[in-house]
Ligand binder design. Structure first.
Ligand code: FES
Length: 150
């Protein structure tokens, strides 16, 4: 074989390749988490139509709220100060954060961007563009049954 048929690997070539690869890996390691943050995850719709909660009605005190699982998504059960039970999807309509009940405000609040919902699920303040989906709540004996509306 003739000498010079294959170029000898040079130190400079190796360094260029190595630095180019490392820089590319670094850029990808920065861009991937940023893109995951900016593009909210796809939340699949729950297929469950009705759930029986593990919470008993008397365990939900007036002016309090609890998160429960409705299929693959969280729901929020609220007992108003007047004693009425209400339930909504707990997925904020802004960027899908899980909302919570604020006893001091007596309404539902999203900590991510300070979104507020009243006890009918209506978006009343902050960036959420739509109301929370409401569920139908039935308390029967020791059970709370939550179902999607008709
Ligand atoms: S995700 Fe709820 S206010 Fe932004």
């Amino acid at each position: 074989m003739a000498e010079g048929a294959f170029p000898e690997p040079s130190r400079r070539g190796f360094l260029n390749w190595f630095l180019g690869t490392a820089a590319g890996a670094f850029v990808l390691s920065v861009l991937y988490p940023v893109s995951r943050y900016l593009v909210p995850p796809e939340v699949t719709e729950s297929t469950a139509g009705t759930v029986t909660l593990a919470i008993k009605p008397e365990e939900v005190k007036p002016n309090s709220g609890q998160i429960f699982k409705f299929g693959s998504r969280p729901g929020i059960l609220v007992r108003t100060s007047q004693g009425e039970l209400r339930a909504f999807t707990a997925v904020c309509t802004h960027l899908n954060c899980t909302v919570q009940y604020r006893p001091d405000l007596q309404h539902i609040w999203c900590a991510c961007h300070n979104g507020h919902f009243d006890l009918n699920g209506r978006n009343i303040e902050g960036p959420p563009p739509r109301p929370l989906d409401a569920f139908v709540v039935n308390a029967r004996g020791n059970q709370i049954i939550v179902s999607k509306g008709a």
